[in-house]
Structure formats: structure tokens, C-alpha cells
Design a protein around this ligand. Sequence first.
Ligand code: ATP
Ligand code: MG
Length: 275
Amino acid sequence: KVNRQDFMMALDDVHPAFGVSEEELQQVIQNGIIHFDAGVDEILRSGQLLVEQVRTSTRTPLVSVVVHGPPGSGKTALAASIAQASQYPFIKLISPDSMVGFSESQKVNAINKVFADSYKSPLSVIVVDNLERLLEWTPIGPRFSNAVLQALLVLFSRRPPKGRRLLVLATSSLRPVLTEIGFTEFDSELRVPPISNLRSLDYILKEVELFQTREERKDAIRMLEDAGFASSSRDETNAKLHIGVKKLLSIIEMARQEPDNIGQRLTSALMGLGM
Ligand code: ATP
Ligand code: MG
């Protein structure tokens, strides 16, 4: 016998041909957003303002934003969070990960299709993740896909049809390269900073509960203080930490596997690290 619960479950399995790709977004925000610094909230708030601008302003039916920062600084997760929080009826992620093995023209087609679908919705947000990889940028040569570049340039500046509004959130770790190859179509920029001081690190360590006790955590932080790292954003004398939240979380998960001398190992990992 089919009951109401079965029916609701069946409904959950229905995926619209276009619309919100919840799972995709959820996947890139796997570890949530940790508010380790005022800068994190600023980015989310700026994103929210852009979402509101697209929703309400009649003069700007298209707004494009580049979310940029060092590798692993959390660009994709932040862009996806802004998109998700918009609650627009159409939210899509264009990611090079889903285009592995695509030819240049298959890529262009796939990108065009997402934009064309978005034009059917009154309000849309498209996250175009990792621009330089989408463009197949290589510093050797240097080389990139001109076909993909030309397609993106058009789509990033073409007004959606009448009554349609679109927010484009692109991410990039190589902001200067974009300018270099003539990708200058952005209306706005959001810079994602790395974790730069021990206060932020402490906040994250607390949040992920790496240590059993507060004392252990404080010991680890003290060890890093002694190693000469800046304790807060106001600390101008000591060296800044410089690590992306993605890499830090992966170091933390490795440390969790082997709970002996976590503080020590965290310290050496952070000291031996560029980014
Ligand atoms: P890449 O340069 O490799 O593309 P990225 O800058 O896009 O990396 P993400 O893939 O977004 O980085 O990885 C950030 C990870 O850290 C995600 O798993 C996310 O859930 C988690 N995270 C925790 N706190 C934050 C935060 N404040 N901002 C961004 N990401 C966060
Ligand atoms: Mg990314």
C-alpha cells in the first residue's frame, strides 16, 4: 500500500530539468562556513547586498561578480553560500569538475545551456566556478581556450531578456590573469583573504573540536605564538599566518587521525607551509 510518506519521498526524487541544484551546492559547502574572521561575514553580507540589488533594481538586470583569493581560501564555498541564501528560483553551478573530458565546443555548449535556461526564470544566480580552469589556462605558453573565453565574455555582458534578472558569481585564484587575457567584464569584486592570525586559527580549532580540552587548544596556540606568528589582525610585529581554510581543515582532519602531539604537528605543518 502506498502511503503519504512514500508519496512525499517520491516527490523528493523528482529533479526539475532546470532550477535549483541543491545537492551540487551542498556538496561544495561540505564543511559549512566557519565565521573565523569579520572578513567572512563582510563577504557574505556584500554578496547578500548584490543579491538584493539584482532582485530589486530595475536598472541592473545583470550583475557579475568575481570572488577571488588564494587557492583554498574558500571561494567556491562562499560563492555557493551566497547563491544558496538568495533563494532565487534558479540556482546553478557551472564547474570544470563536471566538464572533465569535454571538448572545447562541448564546454561552450554546456555553459550556453545553463545561461539559456536561466533566461527562462525571473531571478537567477549562476556560480561559474574556477574561471581559470574552465578557460584551460596554463602558464606555459601561456595558453587558454579562446572559444570558452569569447563565450563567457558574451554571457557575462549580455542583458537577460526583458523581465529577467541574473546574478553571476565567478570564482578565481588567478585574478591578475583574468585581466591579462581581457576578462574585465565584472561589475563587482569580492576578495577572500587567507587565515592570517592565531585568533582566527583558534576560532576554527574550537569550532571543529580538534582538542579534547580548552587547555590543549590554548597550549597549541601558545606554541604557535612562540614560533612567532601574529596573534591578531592588529599584531603588526609578528609574521602573519597564510593558509586557506580548505587546506587548514584538511591538516586538521589528518591530525585527528593521529591524536598524539597534535599541537606539535599542527605547528610544524603551519610553519612549513606557504599556502
Ligand atoms: P580552490 O582554490 O581549490 O578552488 P576554494 O578557495 O574554492 O579552493 P573551497 O573549495 O571553497 O575553497 O573550500 C573551502 C572549504 O572550507 C569548504 O569545505 C568549506 O565548507 C570550508 N569552510 C569553512 N569555513 C569557511 C569559510 N569561512 N569560508 C569558506 N569556506 C569555509
Ligand atoms: Mg574552488
